[in-house]
Design a protein around this ligand. Structure first.
Ligand SMILES: Cc1cc2nc3c(=O)[nH]c(=O)nc-3n(C[C@H](O)[C@H](O)[C@H](O)COP(=O)(O)O)c2cc1C
Length: 157
């Protein structure tokens, strides 16, 4: 196996599934961000970790209200997912652009989506500031990668 730079070794953990994070208030300001840095970290209590960049409008609303939803989408929604990731809810009513409608969640004020395969309703349990994103755990060290695909992932090409 060849050596991989510690700064980019985390890229070998990609590609990853993507879910749509919703935050805000369905009767007011809300936004949705496709995110792949989302993972279950405990089943007792059930906790997921999610890392959103500081620039994300969804992140701001999530921290402000302490609630969010995670929507599981299907592969035939990839064009919409890419669009939703290319603009910020701060600038555009992006859900309307793709023709989707926000729906009321059952237990949180954050918006759900009426055409999702599944939805998880969440309340913030803990926030951890690590570098530019939160939360992040497990500092990456030097990696090694064998196959060409893995090497390409690490290089980001
Ligand atoms: C496949 C995919 C995965 C992404 N994963 C993340 C992520 O885990 N965290 C993050 O902050 N942004 C992620 N993004 C980028 C956000 O979706 C993008 O910045 C979005 O415009 C944020 O919207 P907002 O400002 O309305 O919150 C991802 C984009 C794509 C295409």
């Amino acid at each position: 196996m060849r050596e991989v730079d510690p700064e980019v070794s985390w890229r070998m953990l990609h590609p990853r599934p993507v879910v749509l994070v919703g935050a805000g208030d369905i009767d007011g300001e809300y936004s949705f961000a496709p995110a792949s840095w989302v993972t279950p970290v405990s089943d007792g209590p059930p906790v997921v970790a999610i890392a959103l960049s500081e620039e994300s409008c969804t992140r701001g609303l999530l921290l402000e209200r302490g609630e969010f939803t995670l929507r599981v989408l299907s592969v035939d929604q990839v064009d919409e997912i890419l669009y939703l990731s290319s603009v910020s809810g701060r600038d555009v009513d992006k859900l309307s652009v793709v023709g989707w409608r926000a729906a009321r969640a059952r237990e949180v004020s954050a918006p759900a989506l009426d055409n999702a395969l599944g939805v998880v309703e969440c309340r913030v349990h803990q926030t951890v500031q690590v570098g530019r994103d939160d939360p992040r755990t497990g500092r990456c060290g030097r990696g090694r990668g064998g196959g060409g695909d893995v090497q390409r992932q690490a290089r980001g090409t």
